[in-house]
Ligand binder design. Structure first.
Ligand code: CDP
Ligand code: MG
Length: 705
């Protein structure tokens, strides 16, 4: 074919393509506009903006999917709340929600993410000086308050998903109440200033001055229809209800209790896929591990179906999923295909995925649980509350009638608690106390919480901070340790481990440990490859335990990557690493995430002036440092091969995924305690019992006396 022709063909193609693309972009914009207008919240836009002008604190309640999170900040932006350069900050309990919603809103506004609309979560900041609508996690806003106690850059703070009552949300509510007080003391005549801004189109020039004078507008958003609690807490604040739209949902129960929930979920997915009409399936699972395990099983089983029935697309959705993967779940399935979304609790109220018609609810959720007696926190899988079960089934009826398959008998539903206990009542409070101390709040018991934490839990958490050396005898933040710990975006124990590691000359290794433990499941083992994987994984295992094994994996991956980069260039090296991960049963996305976290914490500790050094191949210092930092999580072997946690006498087994599950050393240190049907300790390393008295005399020597 003559080149001329070809070029001609190409350019012709371009000529027809160009307007086509424009039309597509235009169509897309129009479609989005139409979607936005059809959301239940759209009918009350004007009223909401007016109410926010009139009230410094407003509570907005509305069903999930009514458009609160994506629309309200835009209404406020258009309504003039950023005119003076102020930022609208929207907090989310979950990273995934902050990221996906920010992306969606940037798309709706046709702006580049990170410019007018952005997000900021731990270890990832996608904002700029021009950002005016900023989605973030509640924990991140708390950290910002450390640097800017009056949150002076913000004109409005929206605390979203307040019904979830995470501990960070509860702390934030108390803090914001205080900030609001401080800001209105500063202002001359509260809302009057806003009227001035509203009418003054040249307000920009006066920006800084005006912003400082403005009181903070505070909006609490919740999906639970009872706003009374929030209203009372905020001195009788006004509540606005946004009417939702909900189609009927058929609720189906199992006849008998299920013994294997994963199996029951799997069977139900295929039952729906084979027997029911079009519509996507949303399955609620308790964590990344369950999700990945079901993902594998669905894929395997799908292959066995006739080709015409294989049109099922699987989308996992959990917090530590990299953000580019999180967005995929919102893409509609191609015609003839069905999506199955395997999600954690994220999909309960935080994010709404269009297209869902079938919900599978095993009725379980993973939560934090704290025992003040022992001072030990664990993750436990518990039954959902009734409110949660209703929220979950509601996801099936957003766009039309739907079905919800509860994988338990109806009688169990009746016995469920009405609502979930706020997290502050069931978690270790040492992180909260550390954060509040850094903000100058020393009297935790006297702090104005919406719901007071348990006194005993406070005392225990204070004690832990004291044992870690973060607090002085007067319960003030110690210098430098307490201050350093408060600056690190980590749990107090992990922060302490890093600080100590610089003294033990193993900071590099401890950084690896903390980063690898910040992501869930580094290893990914399909069920049918269990035996094969054991042999492969063995090449990384350290006889001393899981922490050291993680260090080996990390080091091996970096070595592989660096070598490949010099030989093949960056892009090819990353691709090869993906293959290397697959061959070694390592979860590539978790590993990449851990690498990002490593680099960020490294920056933090460098700024703090900690000495970065490595213990090389002799990992003894690392093990000793682990014992010195996680001393509360020490356990001794019992004659029957189980372990007794020294701090509370609780009996637990080493988790089957641990490299120490067979060798069972006398004394161990563990990172997590997980309770399902049995008690398991996970991420375990062998230590010497005598180290405890030597390295944590504040805890163990006292006990012996
Ligand atoms: O906050 P609320 O639950 O009231 O609703 P929202 O999160 O603002 O969601 C409003 C609508 O936007 C829903 O129909 C979602 O399906 C849609 N949405 C979307 O299509 N893509 C996203 N990334 C986020 C929301
Ligand atoms: Mg929302």
């Amino acid at each position: 074919m003559p080149t001329g022709d070809k070029r001609n063909f190409n350019s012709n193609n371009n000529a027809t393509n160009q307007p086509q693309r424009l039309i597509n972009a235009d169509q897309k914009r129009r479609k989005i506009e139409q979607q936005r207008r059809s959301l239940p919240i759209a009918s009350v836009e004007k009223r909401l903006v007016e109410e926010v002008w009139k009230n410094d604190t407003l509570i907005i309640v509305g069903e999930t999917g009514s458009g609160k999170t994506t629309q309200l900040p835009q209404y406020l932006y258009n309504g003039g709340f950023c005119q003076n350069g102020g930022i609208i900050g929207i907090t989310q309990p979950r990273r995934v929600a902050a990221v996906t919603v920010a992306k969606r809103v940037a798309e709706e506004r046709c702006v580049e993410l990170g410019q007018q609309v952005g997000y900021s979560i731990r270890f990832e900041d996608v904002t700029s000086t021009s950002t005016r609508i900023k989605y973030m996690t509640d924990g991140l806003l708390l950290r910002e308050a450390l640097l800017d106690p009056k949150l002076s850059r913000y004109s409005v703070i929206v605390v979203d998903e307040a019904h979830e009552r995470t501990v960070q949300t509860d702390v934030l509510l108390g803090l914001l109440k205080d900030v609001q007080k401080k800001r209105s003391q500063n202002s001359n005549g509260a809302s009057g200033n806003y009227d001035h801004v509203k009418k003054d189109n040249n307000a920009k020039e006066k920006s800084n001055e005006v912003r400082k004078l403005n009181p903070l507008k505070l909006i609490i958003m919740s999906a639970s229809l009872d706003a009374r609690g929030f209203s009372e807490y905020f001195g009788g604040a006004k509540a606005v209800h946004v009417m939702g739209r909900q189609f009927p949902v058929d609720i189906l129960y199992t006849a008998q209790p299920e013994t294997d929930c994963l199996d029951a979920a799997l069977v139900t997915i295929f039952q729906i896929h084979m027997e029911e009409g079009p519509g996507d399936i949303l399955v609620f699972l308790s964590g990344q591990e369950e999700i990945e395990s079901i993902e594998g099983l669905v894929r395997e089983n799908l292959k066995k179906l006739p080709e015409a029935n294989q049109k099922l697309l699987i989308y996992p959705l959990f917090s530590s999923l990299p953000s580019e993967k999180q967005m995929k779940v919102f893409t509609p399935a191609p015609v003839g295909f069905r999506k199955v979304i395997l999600a954690t609790n994220i999909a309960e109220t935080s994010v709404t995925i269009p297209g869902v018609k079938y919900v599978i609810d095993p009725g379980l959720v993973k939560v934090r649980s704290y025992s003040p007696d022992s001072g030990i926190e664990s993750l436990i899988v518990v039954k959902t509350s009734k409110a949660q079960a209703l929220q979950r089934s509601g996801r099936a009826g957003r766009e039309g009638p739907g079905k919800c398959y509860r994988l338990y008998p109806e009688s169990r539903f009746e016995g469920l608690d009405d609502s979930t206990v706020p997290e502050i009542k069931r978690c270790n409070l040492s992180n909260v106390i550390l954060q509040l101390s850094a903000l100058g709040v020393d009297d935790i018991i006297g702090f104005d919480f919406m719901e007071k934490p348990d006194r005993m839990a406070v005392i225990r958490s204070l004690e832990l901070l004291y044992l870690l050396g973060a607090l002085t005898d007067e319960k003030k933040l110690s210098y430098p340790i307490g201050h350093q710990m408060a600056r690190l975006p980590l749990e107090p124990n992990d922060s302490k481990a890093l600080i100590l590691a610089s003294q033990f000359d193993c900071l590099e290794e401890m950084l690896i440990v903390v980063s690898m433990l910040s992501v869930e499941s580094i290893f990914y083992v399909p069920r049918d490859k269990l035996e094969e994987s054991r042999t492969v994984i063995k090449s990384f295992s350290s006889p001393e335990g899981d922490h050291l094994t993680l260090v080996n994996v990390y080091r091996a991956s970096i070595e592989f990557l660096e070598k490949n980069k010099t030989e093949n260039g960056n892009e090819k090296a990353e691709k090869n690493l993906r293959k290397w991960c697959k061959d070694n049963f390592i979860n590539n996305r978790s590993l990449k995430h851990a690498r990002d976290i490593y680099n960020q914490i490294l920056e933090n500790v460098e700024r703090m002036g900690l000495k970065i050094s490595s213990c090389g191949d002799d990992m003894l210092p690392l093990r000793r440092c682990l014992a010195a930092s996680y001393f509360l999580n020490a356990a001794l072997k019992q004659p029957d091969g189980t372990y007794r946690v020294l701090a509370n006498g609780q009996i637990a087994e080493i988790h089957p995924t641990s490299v120490l599950r067979r060798s069972k050393p006398e004394c161990i240190i563990f990172y997590n305690l997980v309770q399902t049907t049995r008690n398991y300790v996970r991420n375990v390393t062998r230590i010497d019992y005598l180290w405890l008295a030597e390295l944590a005399p504040q805890c163990y020597a006292l006990k012996d006396n």
